[in-house]
Design a protein around this ligand. Structure first.
Ligand code: TXA
Ligand code: MG
Length: 319
């Protein structure tokens, strides 16, 4: 068990000492450390058991502080900054030397984000360095959206969890960058592609494979529960009775008739994508904690936040 609380000053002091702690953001909880101290950054990788080739996002308090750590901000990206920062948007930008290479896994680009969470913004305002933070889950497991989620997996390894309540967005930030004059989406996330396109016009969505995680980095198998998960159409009748007694299902709006009710979770009874995103990881964890042999999940409509949710479900699935 870690110490859990809302003491921002304590969190700032620990970070100043080079410690690694957990912090809330509006997307998911982060495993945070001073991005300018390579030893601290190494500690983050070690606690998370994350390979060193998978780089970290740095978090900043405001747009003005960006210039200290990035060389330039392309003109085409600026309207997105105005619209979505602070918020669940991460930009890949050319880094200044101040950012240690270990943070970016040797890439000349650094991932930067201004989180829209009051406690995290307060913390960022108290320290004079960027906070490096991947999601606060062991590598490959489901991202945490409450302080308790962090405590269950990493509580023994960190001195403090800053508790900012349940995350309001629930899926990670949308990662964007530029290749020549094109805007590229590298990870679908908390800002819908439609909302980005309404500001900058058409963008390119790049699928990233595990064979080339630095292009830029996102490994295929991710966000996975312990129990094997597969995607199904809940209206299909092909699941046998044996399957059903030892299976759970994550549905979008409606219960699936075939399954025992206690093995089911509904992401949003009203079909609201934001509510579904907010519930996604917590409900995956709830099903993962039941004595089940298999978890099934239904895909959402492929639009808005549904795309980020489906991306997470596909990455969580074993087939
Ligand atoms: O919402 C979020 O983005 C959360 C909160 C805590 O801010 N953070 C998060 O971090 O999801 P993480 O480390 O779990 O995922 C960041 C992704 C990784 O897939 C990483 O490979 C990619 O961003 N990334 C980070 N820096 C990069 C870089 N310099 N070039 C390419 N990809 C990068
Ligand atoms: Mg992650």
């Amino acid at each position: 068990m870690s110490d859990i609380g809302k003491d921002v000053k304590k969190a700032a002091l620990l970070l100043q000492k080079g410690e690694v702690i957990a912090v809330p953001t509006e997307t998911v909880y982060g495993l945070a450390g001073n991005a300018l101290i390579p030893e601290t950054v190494i500690k983050i990788f070690e606690i998370k058991q994350r390979p060193f080739f998978d780089p970290l996002i740095i978090h900043l308090p405001d747009k003005d502080s960006l210039a200290k750590y990035v060389l330039e901000i392309p003109v085409r990206i600026r309207p997105l900054m105005e619209a979505f920062m602070p918020g669940p948007l991460t930009l890949l930008l050319p880094k200044r030397d101040e950012i240690p290479d270990i943070v970016t896994a040797g890439s000349p680009l650094v991932a930067v984000r201004i989180p829209a969470h009051p406690l995290m913004l307060e913390l960022l305002g108290m320290v004079d360095f960027p906070i490096a933070a991947p999601s606060a889950n062991p590598f490959g497991y489901i991202s945490p959206t409450t302080a308790e989620h962090v405590d269950l997996q990493l509580g023994e390894k960190i001195p403090y969890i800053l508790d900012g309540g349940p995350c309001q967005i629930g899926v990670e930030s949308t990662i964007i960058g530029m290749e020549e004059d094109k805007i590229i989406i590298y990870r679908k996330g908390g800002i819908a592609i439609e909302d980005i396109e309404s500001i900058v016009g058409e963008v390119i969505v790049k699928a990233v494979s595990s064979s080339n995680p630095l292009a830029p980095g996102m490994l295929e198998s991710h966000y996975a529960p312990r129990i094997p998960l597969s995607i199904i159409d809940a209206s299909e009748k092909e699941i046998t009775e044996y399957d059903i007694r030892t299976s759970g299902i994550l549905c979008f709006q409606k219960y699936a008739e075939a399954f025992p009710i206690e093995h089911q979770r509904i992401l949003s009874p009203t079909g609201n994508m934001s509510e579904a995103a907010k519930n996604l990881f917590a409900m995956m964890r709830e099903l993962d904690a039941l004595p089940l042999k298999h978890i099934y999940a239904e895909l959402l409509p492929e639009s808005g936040l549904g795309r980020a949710i489906n991306d997470r479900l596909r990455r969580a699935s074993c087939a």
